[in-house]
Every structure is written in structure tokens, then in C-alpha cells.
Design a protein around this ligand. Structure first.
Ligand SMILES: Nc1ncnc2c1ncn2[C@@H]1O[C@H](COP(=O)(O)OP(=O)(O)OP(=O)(O)O)[C@@H](O)[C@H]1O
Length: 252
């Protein structure tokens, strides 16, 4: 059984089909990427899977469970996390507080169920926050206000916030956008670490084709809401339909 599976997934906005009959599956431990020209439907797909948008039609199964209609926090509690393209950071809070808030949000379910687990609950949040700060290498910056971080560190904090919710599957929305080559390299190493050491399943949305073709097991290509290809990096490179979708842009 695949970890994530969509069948006939469709999302319309008025007359526009932002997603049209998308069938895809992601296996446990895979690193997949989602690519496609601007407006192809990548963000819509993530938003529909993570519960921020309701699909107009189709099924989504996560770990065998039908998740259509669930709230975003319920889907997060099942283990589906995400980082955000736009800043999801509280600027006046410290780096540590930002990570703690995310860790709290996902632990909340267990807290409200049993008050006497409170002690464990806080210990868990602190431990999880420490682990995330160490992994993302933001320990030295943890007491700084988030707004004072340089751009690259802010982007890493976005990843840290996603990680703090303890996902098994994480959507990463353009994690290297606007980064310097050195920062991009660090982010690629981090992605590989999350996958190898944390056993995380990752779905990456990226415009940097060197990153995409370098790290992905499989690539999904969306174009005008349709999944036009699904294959290994070398299969995608040789795919005629993909070349046509990107015609003239010289990306593949
Ligand atoms: N809330 C919305 N209301 C109306 N139309 C929308 C909405 N969200 C997205 N769209 C439209 O759906 C289509 C797909 O958009 P989407 O943002 O998913 O593409 P994308 O592949 O993520 O693009 P980009 O690479 O530019 O971020 C576009 O035509 C967009 O204008």
C-alpha cells in the first residue's frame, strides 16, 4: 500500500480546472518532486492534500485512510506536514518559540485527551524542539527574534516549523527559493539527512532543476492541472511530452 494515493483528484475554481483527474502515489521513504510551469497546479495540489482546500472531486488516501474533508490540523496529526512558500513565521517571537508553537499545535490532541499526561506533554515539546533546532542547525540562533534572522536562516526556520509537527510525509514548497549557492547546498544536505536519518517521505516543489534532478527518486510533472508524466529523473529528461510543456524554457 502506498503512503499517499490520489485518484481522480480534481479542483475547479469557477470555470478553471486547476487540477484535473490527478492520479498519483507516493511510497514510504520516497523523495518525489512536483514540477510544472507557473500556474500548473502544484500549490493547489499541496493545498488539497493538506486540507487547506477541498477537492471538487476524487479521493485522497494517506496510509490507507480517506482524508478528504478532514481539517488541516487533523491531517497534520496523521503525519502530513508542510513548509510554506510564504513566511509562516511569527516575526516578534524567538526562533525557539516559533518551533515550540508548531510542536505544541500537533501535541495538543494528546494534551486535551488526558490532563495527567501534561508533564510528558511539555517534556515532549521541549525535546522535539531541541531535536529540530539541532537538526536544522539553528541552536545558536534560538533566542533571537525571528525577524532579525538573515534570509537563508528564515527559510531554514520555515523548514524547522514544518519539522516540529513531526511529519512522516513532508511537503516542501520551494525550500531553496532565493538562496545563495552555499545555502542551497546546505538545504539539499538537510533534505537528504531528513530522508536518510529520519526516514521521512518528502515531496518537493522546486524551480531549481539541478536540485530536482539531483535528489529525486521520482518526478511528477503537472501541466495545466494534468499530470503529464511520472518517472525517474532520466525518464523525465527524455520524455517528449515534458519537453513540449517546457518548450523554449530550456529547463529539462
Ligand atoms: N484560490 C484560487 N482561486 C482562483 N484561482 C486559483 C486559486 N488558486 C489557484 N488558482 C488558479 O489555479 C491555477 C493553478 O495555480 P497554482 O498556484 O496551483 O499553480 P502553481 O503550479 O503552484 O504555480 P506557481 O509555480 O506559479 O506557484 C492557476 O491558474 C491559478 O491562477
Amino acid at each position: 500500500m502506498s503512503l499517499l494515493e490520489t485518484r481522480g483528484l480534481t479542483k475547479t475554481f469557477g470555470g478553471l480546472r486547476a487540477l484535473s483527474d490527478v492520479n498519483l502515489s507516493v511510497e514510504q521513504g520516497e523523495l518525489v518532486s512536483l514540477i510544472g510551469p507557473n500556474g500548473a497546479g502544484k500549490s493547489t495540489l499541496i493545498n488539497v492534500i493538506t486540507g487547506r482546500l477541498r477537492p471538487s472531486d476524487g479521493d485522497i488516501r494517506y496510509d490507507g485512510q480517506d482524508i478528504v474533508g478532514m481539517d488541516p490540523h487533523e491531517i497534520a496529526q496523521l503525519g502530513v506536514g508542510r513548509t510554506f512558500q510564504t513566511a509562516s513565521i511569527f516575526p516578534e517571537r524567538t526562533v525557539r518559540e516559533n518551533v515550540e508553537i508548531a510542536a505544541h499545535a500537533v501535541e495538543e490532541g494528546s494534551f486535551s485527551v488526558n490532563f495527567f499526561r501534561r508533564r510528558d506533554y511539555f517534556d515532549d515539546v521541549i525535546e522535539r524542539t531541541d531535536t529540530v533546532l539541532e537538526t536544522i542547525e539553528l541552536e545558536d540562533e534560538q533566542e533571537l527574534e525571528a525577524k532579525s534572522l538573515p534570509y537563508g536562516d528564515k527559510r531554514r526556520l520555515e523548514v524547522a516549523i514544518g519539522l516540529a509537527t513531526g511529519p512522516d510525509l513532508m511537503f516542501m514548497d520551494e525550500p531553496t527559493a532565493g538562496m545563495s549557492p552555499t545555502e542551497t547546498e546546505m538545504t539539499v544536505e538537510l533534505i537528504e539527512q531528513l530522508r536518510e536519518e529520519w526516514g521521512m517521505t518528502i515531496c518537493l516543489v522546486e524551480h531549481d532543476m539541478d536540485v530536482i534532478f539531483g535528489v529525486s527518486d521520482r518526478i511528477f510533472v503537472l501541466n495545466e492541472g494534468e499530470l503529464i508524466a511520472d518517472g525517474t529523473p532520466s525518464e523525465i529528461r527524455e520524455n517528449e511530452t515534458v519537453r513540449e510543456a517546457y518548450l523554449g524554457s530550456d529547463v529539462v
